[in-house]
Design a protein around this ligand. Structure first.
Ligand code: MLC
Ligand code: AMP
Length: 511
């Protein structure tokens, strides 16, 4: 078995070839590939006892931890489909994701998260990710129930224009094709040690970081979250060879490095061979500042939940700031006219389409959305706008869909608008993204109030959103207006709202 076609193939191969090599290091504990096979088997056995069968959905509502990794692989070991759930999600998101996916089991990390699941009236048995839950579970991996390459491995919810998020279905073959492409493109080997501070509940951390490590039979140094001080300390000890992050992480690393330099302290990243950025645009300024301070040119790549990774700057060759490079090996990308859907010549801006073995199998129980996402020749419409240079580098210039990306998290204005409209003091609302020095973009709501007085209403509306949605989706500012600009058909003109706001609101400076 040389090329793995499922995560379980990959685990089995690693446990056979390198049983003692550390796969995951977390919180002072090391788990070898052999340990991982045993723990995954115990999760598989426990889930089986809970009634999970092949094709059933198992939701992970978990922070980064070794248990996340073991439960993920354990679910796969019995052919279950893992549903990823951001731990910042609150009732509105949880209710929709858990009932839409009809998850049979939801694995949680603590009582607070279990309570949230119960309060959201979601179906499914709640199971705690604790050692106790695995007591008495069988130890030996039973590879016979392992999934086939075409079986679904993951459902990642990605918000839609309707405000209701859609479940992107990724097969095992998608995951492994992506891992094969990424490991090849970035020369990722078993000697690599990835410092991973990204959340595992999104595709950047899981689909690129964790699956790539498993495919390469390397080691991942997994952290609960991102902390610039901790990252620089780890890199100074020469403990990592690679780091993957979103642009906000890089701006924070730059600020922390500058702070250290100003105190006369050295900033060393000796063992490092690769820094990768993605999930949101990396500014050429951040690229240049990072190079100056750290002596590394960040490799920027472009991806999305539906396709994992699409485009990458070269590992060997020119990493061009402001661009996202070229298709990964075995994949294709092109730019089409937004209206005619015909391919455009180099240099012209249109919608980016991609095609390849990494591209997802469609949206969960949503054939209409699936049909709209592809053209007749199997090209996937990314919804991102950009152009290709004569020498093949793609540049992303904007988005064809309404989407705010804040610190690498996607926020669909419609979802926030719906929650705000539920508040009795809100008559009309438009949510837009404005530039933000720290997070790239920030959420701003323009509200037409239903009553005369707006005293204290801004904070009340922010708190209202925080209680119902993931906190990062809440507006940073609420601006009150007498009316919203509308076109002749009565549709709110978001670009006018944005222009007006830019005139009254200066860009926020980093904290
Ligand atoms: C946290 N907060 C944010 C935020 N992250 N607000 C806006 N945008 C964000 N991205 C808010 C919280 O809601 C909270 O508010 C306060 O900040 C502190 O929360 P925290 O958790 O302590 O924040 P911090 O650890 O500093 O998080 C910043 C971050 C994080 C950059 C480390 O956002 C992050 O990990 N981003 C990565 C997201 C990611 O993995 N994206 C990939 C998606 S896949 P309050 O008010 O409640 O205190 C994808 C495809 C691809 O896009 O190509 O990769
Ligand atoms: P998600 O739906 O969370 O997977 O986010 C995917 C979206 O993130 C893409 O459609 C892009 O809009 C954006 N994205 C990812 N990587 C980049 C990048 N390097 N530059 C600009 N946008 C990016």
């Amino acid at each position: 078995m040389n090329i793995p076609f499922t995560t379980i193939d990959a685990l089995r191969r690693a446990a056979a070839c390198a049983p003692k090599r550390t796969f995951v290091q977390f919180d002072g504990q090391s788990f070898s590939y052999e340990d991982t096979a045993v723990l995954a088997a115990r999760w598989a056995s426990r889930l089986h006892v809970a009634g999970v069968e092949r094709g059933d959905r198992v939701a992970l509502f978990l922070e980064n931890s070794s248990a996340f990794v073991m439960a993920y692989l354990g679910a796969h070991l019995i052919g279950a489909i893992v549903v990823l759930v951001n731990t910042q999600y609150r009732q509105t998101e949880l209710r929709h994701i858990l009932s839409d996916s009809a998850a049979k089991v939801v694995i949680v990390g603590d009582q607070a998260h279990a309570d949230l699941i119960h309060r959201s009236d979601a179906p499914g048995v709640v199971m705690f990710a604790s050692e106790a839950v695995l007591e008495g579970a069988g130890d030996m991996p039973d590879w016979t129930h392992a999934p086939a390459p075409a079986d679904l491995a993951l459902i990642g919810y990605t918000s839609g224009t309707t405000g209701r998020s859609k479940g992107a279905m990724l097969t095992h073959a998608n995951l492994m094709a992506n891992s094969a492409a990424v490991t090849r493109a970035w020369s990722w080997t078993e000697r690599d040690r990835l410092l991973l501070t990204l959340p595992l509940f999104h595709i950047h951390g899981l689909g690129v970081g964790l699956n790539g490590t498993l495919f390469a039979t390397g080691t991942v140094d997994l952290r609960r979250g991102f902390d610039a001080t901790d990252v620089l300390d780890t890199l100074a000890r020469g403990e990592a060879t690679m780091f993957f992050g979103v642009p906000t992480m890089y701006t924070r690393l730059i600020a922390e490095a500058r702070r250290r330099r100003s105190e006369g302290r050295a900033v060393r990243v000796d063992g490092m061979r690769l820094f990768v950025s993605g999930s949101a645009p990396l500014s050429p300024q951040t690229f240049a500042e990072f190079e100056e301070l750290f002596g590394h040119r960040i490799l920027e790549r472009y991806g999305m939940t539906e396709t994992i990774m699409n485009l990458t700057n070269p590992y060997d060759g020119e990493r061009r700031p402001g661009t996202v490079g070229m298709p990964f090996p075995g994949q294709e990308a092109r730019v089409v006219d937004v209206r005619t859907r015909q391919p455009l010549p180099d240099g012209e801006i249109g919608e980016i389409q991609v095609r390849g073995p990494n591209v997802f199998a469609g949206y969960w129980r949503n054939p209409q959305a699936t049909a709209e996402a592809f053209d007749a020749n199997g090209w996937f419409n990314t919804g991102d706008l950009g152009w290709r240079s004569a020498d093949g580098y793609f540049t992303i210039t904007g988005r064809a869909r309404e989407l705010i990306i804040s610190g690498g998290y996607n926020i669909y204005p419609r979802e926030v608008e719906e929650v705000l409209l539920d508040h009795p003091a809100v008559a009309e609302v438009a949510v837009v993204g404005l530039p933000d020095a720290e997070f790239g973009e920030q959420v701003v709501a323009v509200v037409v109030p239903a009553m005369q007085t707006t005293d204290g209403l801004e904070q009340e509306l922010i708190d209202w959103c925080r209680a119902r949605l993931a906190s990062y989706k809440k507006p940073r500012r609420v601006v009150f207006a007498a009316a919203l600009p509308r076109n002749a058909l009565g549709k709110v003109q978001k670009h006018v709202v944005q222009q007006q706001l830019r005139q009254v609101q200066p860009e926020r400076t980093p904290q």
